[in-house]
Ligand binder design. Structure first.
Ligand SMILES: NC(=O)c1ccc[n+]([C@@H]2O[C@H](COP(=O)([O-])OP(=O)(O)OC[C@H]3O[C@@H](n4cnc5c(N)ncnc54)[C@H](OP(=O)(O)O)[C@@H]3O)[C@@H](O)[C@H]2O)c1
Length: 307
């Protein structure tokens, strides 16, 4: 049995689907059944499920705004969930524990492309510092548990994700979903202008969510090392280019205005993805254009009701 925490979230829903397609038995509880900030809930869950492997995806996360507003919660929830989950996994003797990390853990001014060795060379961008440090601390815990107890704990560093089923509500959304919603709303309302956070110069790398789920399943099956591994799409795009591309797909032809009084977040972000290819054969398959078109199509059909 594979226990997938956060299995009903954006990324988790694809991980669960892909595992089931491959014939695995999966248990994916909601937070209202087991609140993973509480050790008693985690212990009860392990007692009932007795998992062989754990993929720990559950997290408190969001875009720049949410990271600023909920920095305390993001630190506490992520460190408590991760630390207690790994301890329970150790006690129950699982054969594998996959901890999901984030590119937000890299130092603010990491040279592009970010290499795994650069992870500790400085503090993250301040807007996501609490989230990034909490996640980064869990890498140290995974490595310490491997060294002292022999726990097969694997740590993956994911870049920014996007795709169908993403979170489009403005207070929770990340860049791609926020920009799609802005362009669709402006087109529907006949607005002549949209306003985008920052000055448009920040760069990001985006990975289509199904590709990210494939990477996680591949790592679960094939990677048993203690070194962290970047998972990304390998393509860097500025927020200006991204906004223009999304506006083109949506068919919004109004003006794009940037608001430099709002934060850019990390100035540049792209991961070196060579380790994932060498260690377990992962390469992203979906181009940004293809992935964005699929995401916009989904949002127009289903997502706009939830946003
Ligand atoms: N999205 C990205 O761009 C991105 C980028 C890099 C890394 N990541 C990482 O990928 C993972 C998944 O992210 P996501 O975007 O899919 O997030 P998401 O859609 O917000 O899903 C997070 C999940 O965590 C669960 N959760 C939150 N608090 C919980 C608690 N106290 N107890 C139990 N479960 C709890 C939620 O369960 P319920 O729905 O049942 O409440 C939810 O399903 C996270 O570890 C995140 O840090 C995401």
């Amino acid at each position: 049995m594979i226990l997938v925490t956060g299995g009903h979230g954006f990324l988790g829903s694809y991980v669960v689907e892909k595992l089931r397609e491959r014939g695995y038995l999966v248990f994916a509880p909601h937070s209202n059944l087991y609140d993973l900030r509480k050790q008693a809930d985690i212990d009860a869950m392990f007692h009932v499920v007795r998992p062989d492997k754990v993929i720990h995806l559950a997290a408190a996360c969001g875009g720049i705004g949410a990271n600023q507003e909920y920095s305390g919660k993001f630190f506490y929830d992520n460190i408590m969930m991760g630390a207690q989950m790994l301890e329970a996994a150790r006690v129950s003797g699982v054969s594998k524990f996959v901890q999901i990390g984030t590119a937000c853990s890299y130092p603010k001014h990491t040279p592009v492309p970010f290499k795994e060795e650069d992870l500790w060379n400085g503090f993250p961008e301040s807007t996501n510092g609490a989230y990034g440090v909490a996640k980064r601390a869990l890498l140290t815990m995974c490595q310490a548990y491997r060294a002292q107890y022999g726990v097969n704990a694997v740590y993956l560093i994911l870049t920014n994700l996007y795709g169908p089923r993403d979170e489009f509500r403005p207070h929770r959304s990340h860049a791609v979903a926020a920009l799609i919603k802005k362009c669709v709303d402006a087109k529907c309302n006949g607005d002549s202008e949209i306003t985008v956070w920052g000055d448009g110069t920040a760069t990001r790398e985006f990975l289509y969510v199904e590709d990210a789920a494939d990477a996680i399943v591949m790592a679960m099956e094939k990677y048993d090392g203690g070194e962290p591994v970047n998972i990304g799409g390998g393509q860097e795009v500025s927020i200006l280019e991204l906004t223009r591309t999304i506006a083109g797909i949506v068919g919004y032809s109004g003006n794009i205005r940037f608001d430099p009084s709002k934060p850019n977040g990390q100035p540049k972000r792209r991961l070196d993805v060579s380790k994932a290819k060498n260690l377990f054969g992962f390469e992203s398959k979906t181009s940004l254009g293809e992935g964005l078109s699929k995401t916009v199509e989904w949002y127009l059909k289903e997502g706009s009701n939830a946003a």
